[in-house]
Design a protein around this ligand. Structure first.
Ligand SMILES: [Fe+2]
Length: 295
């Protein structure tokens, strides 16, 4: 009798006992403090640096997703601002005493027809918060049509000021500490995707590129649960992994699937930690590409 009662109760539990997309690690991007240096109406630019900076750039790319972590959001706002480089401290080998600037190192960017954004800047230096240096960070505000705004901060792996910083060391910040990859030119590259509370049904899909092939790749940086989602109509697609210079590094994979675990591609190749370009093509839709970070 007891057993029957237990079964009955279990069947009454709400189906949403698991968070959305439990099986692909889908999480809404967590918030962080705004701080006092936000300025509204930053310029819609992609290079945040003053003209005298000509090297040691940081390139950040990413996709803004709806709350299913699959549907990209075109025309979403990505407002970013951060402190300048500061000066090099020979003791710690870090750049310290950085400060905010009213003119540079801030931008308001809109995602493109694939939900992607990108900007060029430099790695921010550290500044003192009381007696402790805050880790290098970039502030973000992102929203869609003025709704579901998230205010947050992006941090970088290996920063020795993270453990002593109350915000960066918070458990909610773990998914916002990203690896940076050095290229052969001395520049750094990172990927930061954002998932808003926005429901996929509320997105104006007319802004999405009509015949886009890649819906999304999530999570990125890549984990063993990362998946490629394609918009395809039974046509054969070809997947190629290239290095940062566009050179192919694996055999091209043919697929008829719309949902492809990245582990299937990476397991067959000797791919080391780094930044790669995934190129996907079909006879009908041409070629599209997206950056991934293998950590
Ligand atoms: Fe800050």
């Amino acid at each position: 009798m007891k057993k029957i009662i237990n079964i009955g109760l279990f069947s009454l539990l709400p189906i949403k006992i698991f968070p959305k997309n439990y099986f692909n690690d889908c999480e809404i991007t967590t918030s962080d403090i705004q701080g006092p240096f936000y300025i509204e109406n930053s310029p819609n630019i992609y290079n945040l640096t003053p003209p005298e900076i000509t090297s040691d750039f940081l390139f950040i790319t990413g996709t803004i997703y709806a709350n299913d972590c699959i549907t990209p959001i075109p025309n979403a706002v990505v407002d970013v601002w951060h402190a300048n480089k500061g000066v090099k401290d020979t003791n710690s080998n870090s750049f310290i005493n950085s400060d905010y600037d009213e003119e540079y190192f801030r931008a308001k960017i809109y995602t493109d027809q694939y939900g992607n954004y990108a900007y060029q800047t430099i790695l921010p230096g550290k500044y003192l918060n009381g007696s402790q240096y805050r880790p290098s960070h970039i502030h973000y505000k992102s929203s869609y049509m003025g709704q579901n705004e998230v205010t947050t901060q992006l941090y970088f792996e290996g920063d020795n000021s993270i453990p002593s910083d109350p915000w960066a060391s918070n458990i909610n910040s773990q998914n916002r500490i990203i690896p940076l990859i050095n290229d052969n030119n001395g520049d750094l590259h990172g990927v930061f995707d954002i998932t808003l509370e926005t429901n996929p049904d509320d997105i104006n899909l007319s802004k999405l590129k009509e015949h886009s092939l890649i819906k999304g790749i999530h999570p990125n940086p890549i984990t063993n649960k990362s998946t490629i989602y394609l918009n395809r109509n039974n046509e054969e697609c070809f997947i190629e992994i290239c290095n940062i210079n566009g050179k192919s590094i694996n055999k091209i994979t043919r697929t008829n699937k719309a949902i492809i675990p990245i582990s299937e591609l990476l397991n067959s190749s000797d791919i080391k930690k780094g930044l790669y370009i995934i190129k996907i093509s079909s006879n009908n839709k041409g070629v599209e590409a997206k950056r991934i970070v293998v950590n």
